[in-house]
Design a protein around this ligand. Structure first.
Ligand code: ADP
Length: 608
């Protein structure tokens, strides 16, 4: 039969123009595109074999054979798949069938070139070969016994020819490389690309006669058919790790999206030695073919310690890196997987608290980072937090749900304090009032915790309240001992405030104190000691703080001071200031402790 010259459909020419000039920055992905076409063709053959008795060259094994020829600058990718008839060649490699691509092109025409970044979302697969090829031959024979062998040839410009030719069943794509892309005719560079993108293609891939893909796509298998050893082996491969996975999460879903995910939480926190942020390590696949080894914008940043694979048949294979970040589909995928992961962790915490505790010790920072960085998973992340508390023994950890279950009747708030250690918090002035009333206070001892509570305002409709805040109304408590009268207390407060107008906002009496004479409370809108320390560490000036002094009218020191101010106003003023500074000191708010020593000497001198 004679040669047929045919023009590409106008849209194809347009598409080729874009593909060649602007589509992908990564030229190498054409290998992935052709290998996945080959894999699809083999898959389709399998399906055809189920219903058809007569298959051309039925004995040929299902495989993909790749050959490189450096001298001729050719790369050949051949499969033993379903092949194409003449009509199919014209239809598949000469027109654009995808309606999405068509409307995209229309859009592009209307808007000029701005849409270039979007094009990766549409099917351009086969045509990507023209980024690197000056000429392409496709030798093909359909599975149908009476179809002819054919050769399709094109330079990717105006059109193509189809001639009859010797061809085996399947398709053999011979790529004549452009001079500047001759590297794709080197065996090692193709080998790298196959291991990078196509290692899990379910058919043997032979490169110059040798099998190159080894690993089975175990994430697509049923969970019950996978052994822990297989998971471990795959983890080490995919994470390039030597340890074992700490937790393995393997799940499949078909709604709202088709997802096969196999995710690993490593044993070791990769950032534990302060090496800086680790690279995200969950690869994105579409039907066993890798789309991106570390896709940005798929999972939230704080999950960068995760390893593994997410495979979704709903993704367009040709999605480009540029378009991925904006893709609503990718966002949805990431969000669904994140939710599943958080649920998984919650279940681990219940099923094996010890294992969860160990995980938490190494990875709590990532969870906290998640809380601070976005709203989306805040509540689920908060329920994963663990802390010690005033009513629990040292070393025992609780969750907010535990806390809520122990709340006193009528208690509406979750009280907490942040400090560098349990002992520091407990030696501070704020706990005693809560202890005396049997109200639990959660302790947070990591430096990031202040930021966490900056972003968190409530959990399951219970407001978080810092226990050192000035506006807390604690329920009345039966108080022991004689007290100054209300009048005496109020006049002492006024005098006290006048004695030190610059350093306190207000002096008032309160019921929260049991064993201390005075406590310094931080106004609700002011940064507390931990926040101030953080600001300083970051080189920021912490704003001046004027605490509210709450005095204990039942305390002997306060009662004596009330009497002293009549007798010896000078010493009384010194003592008032000293008590105030001591309260600030235990609140971690003293800026100039030297002054205290000088004043103490003055007091001693007067009294001795
Ligand atoms: P897509 O794979 O997204 O459909 P392509 O441009 O890569 O888009 O391919 C277009 C069509 O050409 C495919 O749908 C398929 O029908 C056909 N095709 C491509 N490669 C092969 C092959 N190796 N064997 C058989 N058919 C193929």
């Amino acid at each position: 039969m004679s040669e047929e010259k045919q023009s590409f459909q106008a849209e194809v020419r347009q598409l080729l123009d874009i593909v060649i000039h602007s589509l992908y920055t990564d030229k190498e992905i054409f290998v992935r595109e052709l290998v996945s076409n080959a894999s699809d063709a083999l898959e389709k053959l399998k399906v055809t074999q189920l219903t058809e008795n007569h298959i051309y060259q039925a004995e040929r094994e299902s495989q993909i054979e790749i050959t490189t020829d450096e001298e001729a600058k050719t790369l050949t990718i051949a499969d033993t798949g379903i092949g194409m008839t003449r009509e199919e060649l014209v239809q598949n490699l000469g027109t654009i069938a995808h309606s999405g691509t068509k409307s995209f092109l229309k859009n592009l025409q209307e808007k000029g070139s701005q849409g270039g970044g979007m094009i990766g979302q549409f099917g351009v697969g086969f045509y990507s070969v023209f980024m690197v090829a000056e000429k392409v031959n496709v030798f093909t024979h359909s599975w149908q016994v009476d179809a002819p062998g054919l050769c399709w040839t094109s330079d990717g410009r105006e059109g193509y020819t189809i001639t009859e030719a010797d061809a085996d069943r399947g398709a053999k794509i011979v790529i004549h490389l452009k001079e500047e892309f001759a590297q794709f005719a080197k065996e090692y560079s193709i080998k790298d690309l196959i291991t990078k993108y196509s290692n899990f293609v379910p058919f043997p891939i032979l490169l110059n006669g040798e099998r190159v893909n080894q690993i089975e796509a175990i994430w697509l298998k049923d969970k019950k058919d996978c052994t822990p050893e297989q998971y471990e082996e795959f983890y080490r491969f995919t994470a390039k790790a030597w340890d074992k996975p700490r937790f393995t999460m393997h799940f499949t879903s078909d709604a709202p999206l088709d997802i096969h995910a196999l995710l690993f939480l490593p044993e070791e926190n990769p950032e534990r030695f302060g090496f800086g942020p680790t690279q995200p390590g969950v690869s994105l696949y579409c039907k066993r073919v890798m789309i991106d080894p570390n896709p940005e914008g798929l999972l939230p940043e704080w999950l960068r310690f995760l390893r593994g694979v997410i495979d979704s048949a709903d993704l367009p294979l040709n999605i480009s890196r540029e378009s991925m970040q904006d893709s609503a589909l990718v966002k949805k995928l990431g969000s669904v997987v994140t939710k599943r992961l958080l649920k998984f962790l919650e279940k681990q915490a219940v099923d094996d608290p010890e294992a969860y505790r160990n995980f938490y010790a190494g990875f709590s920072r990532y969870l906290k980072e998640g809380i601070v960085s976005s709203h989306e998973h805040r509540e689920a992340l908060s329920s994963l937090l663990r802390f010690e508390s005033s009513l629990q023994d040292e070393g025992s950890l609780s969750s907010f749900d535990d806390y809520i279950s122990r709340m006193k009747e009528g208690q509406k708030e979750i009280y907490y304090l942040a400090g560098s250690a349990r002992s520091v918090i407990e030696s501070g002035p704020y706990i005693e009032a809560f202890k005396a009333r049997g109200i639990e206070v959660a302790y947070f001892t990591e430096s990031v915790d202040t930021f966490v509570f900056d972003s968190l305002s409530e959990y399951k409709e219970k407001k978080f309240v810092r226990a050192d805040q000035s506006d807390i109304e604690l329920e009345d408590h039966a108080l022991d001992g004689d007290s100054l009268s209300e009048e005496e207390t109020s006049s002492l407060s006024t005098w006290w405030q006048d004695a030190m107008p610059d350093s306190v906002k207000e002096v008032k009496s309160g019921k929260r104190l049991i064993g201390s004479p005075v406590v310094a409370l931080v106004p609700e809108d002011a940064p507390n000691a931990q926040m101030r320390a953080m600001m300083k560490a970051m080189g920021q000036e912490a704003p001046e703080i004027k605490p509210i002094l709450e005095i204990n009218p039942r305390h002997a020191l306060v009662k004596k001071l009330s009497a002293l101010r009549e007798k010896d106003p000078e010493v009384a003023t010194l003592v008032a200031r000293q008590l105030c500074d001591q309260a600030l000191l235990s609140a971690g708010l003293v800026e100039h402790p030297q002054e205290m020593a000088v004043r103490m000497n003055a007091i001693l001198e007067k009294l001795l």
